[in-house]
Design a protein around this ligand. Sequence first.
Ligand SMILES: NC(=O)c1ccc[n+]([C@@H]2O[C@H](COP(=O)([O-])OP(=O)(O)OC[C@H]3O[C@@H](n4cnc5c(N)ncnc54)[C@H](O)[C@@H]3O)[C@@H](O)[C@H]2O)c1
Length: 321
Amino acid sequence: MKLLITGGAGFIGSHLCDKYTKAGHTVVCLDNFLSGNLMNVRHLLDYRNFKLVKGDIRDFDLLEKLMRDVEVVLHLAAQVHVDRSYIEPRLTYDINVLGTQNVLEAARLYDTRKVIYASSSEVYGSALQVPINESHPLNAPHPYGASKIAADRMCHAYIQTYGMDITIVRPFNVFGPRQRDLGYGGVISIFTRRVLSNVPPMIFGDGRQTRDYTYIEDTVNAYDLILHHPDPIPEPINFGTGSEISIVDLANMIIEFCGKKGQIEPVYVGARIGEVNRLIADATKAQQLLGWTPTYTFEAGLRAYIEWYKKYGFDEKLKID
Ligand SMILES: NC(=O)c1ccc[n+]([C@@H]2O[C@H](COP(=O)([O-])OP(=O)(O)OC[C@H]3O[C@@H](n4cnc5c(N)ncnc54)[C@H](O)[C@@H]3O)[C@@H](O)[C@H]2O)c1
């Protein structure tokens, strides 16, 4: 099978590149390195069935060239950071909305068999009812979420209008090796870096905001189940554990698992504008349709991540950002 993985040099995309390259499929990884890192895929360059293309989903001509004999597109390329979307809303919409339009249109023109689009739990906004199922209103209060709603609904329109096989996945927070740990990074990787460097984790607001965290291996497994599902899944599908963790509990667990209890305490700063208060998944549909259940508890995933980080995370020489 030939796959095009957009955003393949990023956190989630690189794990998908690993999986399908090592399984012997032909993988084309397209990334413009806005937040991706060459180190995430450098080890794959030795595989003849792996091709890295530095390019942009905003470049339709390039997508047309790449799409020709592709069977499956895993579309993950995006401007992913909520804070960055406040500062650069236009960049966020250009990539996340118009870039997605390009991917869908090229897939339509070349009769691509299947597209899996990485939407996000951020489309829901703060939970009006918990846990959040796929029928929850799409109330995202920030440009990132609005751009993901637009792209998510655009996929829906392509399914309805052209009968394309597109699955819209709505992962809740994903964490694990290779997630960015600086600047526009993930909260778990940023906190881990700070704590292991003896710097206190910084909490915005009162720290009672909650998220539902899935370990990367479970997310990769979710993609694989969709890819091998015999029938199209033309509806959005949540992936999350159904457990919520507050930011303050998260900070304290990281401090404890890094062996810094009693040495470091979180510090509190002002709340972020428009930050979503509560996200917790109802992943019943994923369970019923695909038999997906997370295999990692939050604690097991966090411990595995911290061990990985201690071994590889600090290898600054290897980081080409
Ligand atoms: N990590 C999470 O918790 C999470 C949760 C829900 C949804 N998602 C979605 O999953 C996808 C992957 O997220 P991630 O966490 O791996 O982030 P990431 O930043 O590591 O990956 C995104 C990748 O897209 C690339 N990219 C950005 N703009 C591009 C463009 N114009 N052309 C080509 N490539 C471009 C980046 O360089 C990066 O490698 C995103 O669509 C994100 O919205 C992530």
